[in-house]
Design a protein around this ligand. Structure first.
Ligand SMILES: C[S@@+](CC[C@H](N)C(=O)[O-])C[C@H]1O[C@@H](n2cnc3c(N)ncnc32)[C@H](O)[C@@H]1O
Length: 301
C-alpha cells in the first residue's frame, strides 16, 4: 500500500480532513457577520450547516481548520476577495422551475388582467409588464416568469414584458446568465412549454437544456444585496416575486426589505412572497389579496 502523502501548496496533508471545531467566540463572529452582511439569522443551531458548507472551501484553500478560515476571512487579506465565496457557501439557493405553481396561475389569471390598461372600448391596451424576481437564485424563477409571460403575449396582442432577476450570490447569477440546466431540473415545466422554450444540447449524452434566445433576451440579471440601504434598480416594477428569502430574516429586517421593495413597485402593483412567508404583523404598505400575494397600496410609502 502506498504511504505517499498528498500535500497541497502549503504543505498540508490533503488526506487529513480539516478540523471543523469552532470556539464560542468564533461562532459569534461568524453569526454576527452573516446577519450584518446578509440579514440572515444565524444561531448555534446553524453551526452544523455552516461546518458542512465550509468544509469544501477549507479543502480548496488548503486550510487545516475552521478557526484558520476565520482568521483568513476576518483578519488576513482573504477579506473582500473571500467574501463572495463565503456568501456562496452560506446562502441557501434551493429553487425550481414552476416552484409554488399556483402563483403563476394567479399572475396570469388575476394580476395581469387587473394591471392591464384599458382603452375607451374597455379592451386591454398595449403595455409592457415589468417583473422582478428578487432573489432569483440560479434563474429558474425568472425563466418560469418569462415562459408564462411569453405565453400570455402570444394570446394578447399589444402585451410585452421584461424580467429582472437579482441575487447576492455571484455563482448563482453566473448560472442564471448561462441559462443551462440539467434535464432532470425541467421536469416541472409543462411539455408544451419545454418544446417551445427549451433547447436540448446537440450532444444528447449531455442531458442538458438551454433557455431559448427569445426568452433570454427578455430576462436580465444583476447583483443586489437586500441589506443595501438603497436598491440600485432604476425601474419601477408592476410585479415583484420575493419568494423564499424573507424567512431567513428577522422581523425588522423583513420590514426594511419589504419597505425598500415597495419603493420599486408601482402603486397597485403586486408582491408575491413564498407560501411559507407572510407580511402579517409587518408595517408595510400592502394589503393581502390571495395566497401569499399582496397589493401595493396606492399612496403607500
Ligand atoms: C431559497 S433561494 C429562493 C429563490 C427563488 N426566489 C425561489 O423561491 O425559488 C434564496 C436566495 O436568496 C439569496 N439571498 C440570501 N440573502 C440575500 C441577500 N441579503 N440579498 C440578496 N439575495 C439574498 C440567496 O443567494 C438565494 O439564492
Amino acid at each position: 500500500m502506498s504511504t505517499e502523502r498528498n500535500l497541497n501548496m502549503n504543505g498540508r496533508d490533503l488526506n487529513v480532513a480539516p478540523s471543523l471545531e469552532l470556539s464560542a467566540a468564533g461562532l459569534t463572529q461568524f453569526s454576527e457577520f452573516v446577519t450584518a452582511t446578509l440579514g440572515i439569522k444565524m444561531n448555534a443551531s446553524k453551526l452544523p450547516m455552516l461546518q458542512g458548507r465550509l468544509q469544501r472551501r477549507l479543502r480548496d484553500l488548503g486550510l487545516a481548520s475552521l478557526e484558520a478560515y476565520r482568521t483568513f476571512l476576518f483578519e488576513r487579506d482573504g477579506g473582500t476577495a473571500e467574501l463572495q465565496h463565503f456568501i456562496d457557501a452560506v446562502t441557501t439557493n434551493k429553487t425550481d422551475f414552476f416552484r409554488e405553481p399556483q402563483h403563476f396561475d394567479i399572475l396570469v389569471q388575476k394580476v395581469l388582467p387587473e394591471l392591464a390598461p384599458r382603452g375607451l372600448d374597455g379592451r386591454p391596451g398595449s403595455w409592457r409588464c415589468k417583473v422582478w424576481s428578487a432573489p432569483c437564485s440560479s434563474g429558474e424563477e425568472a425563466y418560469t416568469l418569462a415562459m408564462v409571460l411569453a405565453e400570455h403575449a402570444s394570446r394578447m396582442p399589444g402585451f410585452d414584458y421584461a424580467v429582472l432577476g437579482t441575487d447576492i450570490s455571484s455563482r448563482m447569477l453566473e448560472h442564471a446568465e448561462r441559462a443551462v440546466y440539467d434535464v432532470d431540473r425541467i421536469e416541472p415545466v409543462p411539455a408544451a412549454l419545454r418544446a417551445r422554450y427549451l433547447l436540448r444540447a446537440r450532444d444528447r449524452s449531455l442531458a442538458r437544456v438551454r433557455i431559448c434566445p427569445e426568452l433570454r433576451r427578455k430576462v436580465s440579471f444583476g447583483s443586489l444585496n437586500f441589506m443595501d440601504r438603497e436598491y440600485r434598480v432604476r425601474d419601477t416594477f408592476d410585479v415583484i416575486f420575493c419568494r423564499n428569502v424573507l424567512i431567513y430574516f428577522d422581523k425588522p429586517t423583513q420590514e426594511a426589505v419589504v419597505g425598500r421593495l415597495a419603493r420599486h413597485l408601482r402603486p397597485g402593483g403586486f408582491l408575491f412572497v413564498g407560501h411559507s412567508e407572510s407580511l402579517t404583523g409587518l408595517d408595510a404598505p400592502f394589503e393581502p389579496c390571495g395566497l401569499a400575494v399582496y397589493r401595493h397600496l396606492a399612496g403607500g410609502a
